[in-house]
Design a binder for this molecule. Structure first.
Ligand code: NAD
Length: 488
């Protein structure tokens, strides 16, 4: 199989039953650099037939091998992949930046997160404990944790390496067989990681596959397949709802990591020197294309002018450009359709409120080759405004103000989403009240975007179902069985 050494074009194949195969369609999908328009590589435009073949082989490998019974083998496999990713991190980071557009520094951070996640779940594979219980005289129960079977993992394009590994690592650690379908915008980085999987002998042949192609065809085939026992889906809330409907075919287990509209709530006693750059980063990292983006700013009236002024300065000082350059702070958005969507929301925001900075596509010179949008802040917005309520997935911050703690809490919770939130205060009582009151899977106090493989992550309300990361994240990939002994 060809390897990608620089920006030259490469063909990426499906990985099925431990072998590189092309699609039965014989068609390829282009993966393009959103900063330059250049083709990064070509991936298989797979068909339902291809994905069915992958499901059959994973099903066979899971049922015919000792993978599910061999935690040490799984530990060695995951550690082996972590080691290879460490050795190849610069190459992977370049592919990730060229394909997705994020800055090279973000790419290294994303890949470091993958390596850390693999190491954590490698160890966890050896600690999948059940329980035992005396139930009656002569009756004894063992409550065992077992793999579910065949898991389908459907991934988005915004953090394509980490969001794949975040699910792949616990699914494999728990002893399942896995089929991955990456997003159509980011097949290259996903298949590059599978090239490393292929080099680790501890992975049982056929236990893990990747098939690239359109979600509506092959993602849907995974959603409907009766041989898949669980779907782990990360993506848009509306797609998540469609997957829920498909999963009824065989009452599949589901883990859903969906959209967000997360607030940063800033009180007058906050340390603004610390808060401003982290709030700025929370919305402009990955050009706002991150599920936990701090896309709503709720700020106390008494400090609003100062906070908005300082965030405007932060936004205007960001270097926007091709992420491959070390000095770039923010790259392009991922595609033309994403750029159109962001521009549309910016215009909606212009009508609904007041643009403080940004609000336009960046043009001229190299900007014309890619999908660059200026970091944007919109103020004077009511809670009913669309830019406050809807996930934009772009570099647009919506600002609102409040007068009391009670009002701040109501506004923070006035959303269909509940993925994450930031609270900025030096008053520990206020921090405790807010963190208990906010309906979100993660609440950061005086920080933002801090994630660890050992700490659970996930959504309240329409931000998802189940938890990823941590022990709860591992247990999502396990079935529970009661084995009952009656002693004569
Ligand atoms: P998306 O829903 O458009 O696509 C996600 C994946 O689903 C892709 O692989 C796509 O091909 C596939 N897909 C599309 N239609 C399908 C169908 N009918 N059946 C099966 N699969 C289908 O999402 P996206 O645009 O790739 O990602 C952005 C979204 O993901 C945002 O809403 C973001 O908030 C969310 N997200 C959530 C988290 C989290 O952890 N909660 C993390 C990252 C992204």
């Amino acid at each position: 199989m060809a390897t990608l050494t620089n920006s030259k074009q490469v063909i990426y194949y499906n990985y099925i039953n431990g072998e590189w195969t092309d699609s039965s369609s014989k068609e390829l999908l282009e993966s393009k650099n959103p900063a330059t328009g250049e083709v990064v590589g070509y991936a298989q435009n797979s068909t339902v037939q291809d994905v069915k073949q992958a499901i059959d082989t994973v099903f066979h490998a899971f049922n015919q091998s000792d993978w599910g019974y061999n935690p040490k083998r799984r530990y060695n496999a995951l550690l082996g992949l972590a080691q290879l990713m460490e050795e190849n991190i610069e190459h992977l980071a370049r592919v990730l930046t060229m394909e997705q557009g994020k800055t090279i520094r973000e790419s290294r951070q994303e890949l470091t997160g993958c390596i850390d996640t693999l190491k954590y779940f490698a160890g966890a594979a050896r600690t999948i404990f059940g329980r035992s219980i005396q139930l009656e005289p002569n009756n004894f129960g063992v409550i065992a944790k077992e793999p579910i079977g065949v898991v389908g993992i459907i991934c988005p394009w915004n953090w394509p390496a980490l969001l794949m590994i975040r699910e792949l690592a616990p699914a494999l650690a728990a002893g399942n067989g896995v089929i991955v379908k990456p997003a159509s915008l980011t097949p290259a980085i996903s298949v590059e990681i599978f090239k490393l999987i292929d080099q680790v002998p501890d992975f049982t042949k056929g236990i893990v596959s990747i098939v690239t192609g359109p979600g509506r065809a092959i993602g849907a085939a995974m959603g409907k397949s009766k041989k898949i026992d669980m779907i782990s889906f990360t993506g848009d809330t509306s797609t998540g709802k469609t997957i829920m409907e498909m999963a009824t075919s065989n009452i599949k287990k589901l883990a859903l990591e969906l959209g967000g509209k997360s607030p940063n709530v800033v009180f007058p006693d906050a340390n603004l020197d610390k808060a401003i750059p982290l709030i700025g980063r929370s919305i402009f990292i990955s050009a706002g294309q991150i599920c936990m983006a701090g896309s709503r700013l709720l700020v106390h009236k008494s400090i609003k002018d100062e906070v908005v002024f300082r965030l405007k300065q932060y936004a205007e000082n960001l270097q926007v450009g091709n992420g491959i350059h070390e000095t770039t702070d923010m790259g392009p958005v991922a595609s033309q359709s994403q750029l159109d969507l962001v521009a549309e929301y910016s215009e909606i925001g212009r009508r609904e409120g007041k643009i403080i900075t940004g609000g336009y596509r960046l043009t001229g010179g190299d900007y014309d080759k890619g999908y660059f949008f200026a970091p944007t802040i919109i103020d004077e917005l009511a809670s009913s405004c669309r830019v406050v309520r809807e996930e934009i997935f772009g570099p647009i911050l919506a600002v609102q103000s409040f007068s009391t703690d009670e009002e701040a809490l109501v506004m923070a919770n006035d959303s269909d989403f509940g993925l994450s939130a930031g609270v900025w205060t030096t008053d520990v009582n206020r921090a405790m009240r807010m963190s208990k009151g906010i309906k979100a899977g993660t609440v950061w106090i005086n920080t933002y975007n801090k994630n660890f493989p050992e700490a659970e992550f996930g959504g309240y309300k329409q931000s998802g179902q189940g938890r990823t990361r941590g022990i709860d994240g591992l247990m999502e990939y396990c079935e529970t069985k009661h084995i009952h002994f009656e002693i004569d």
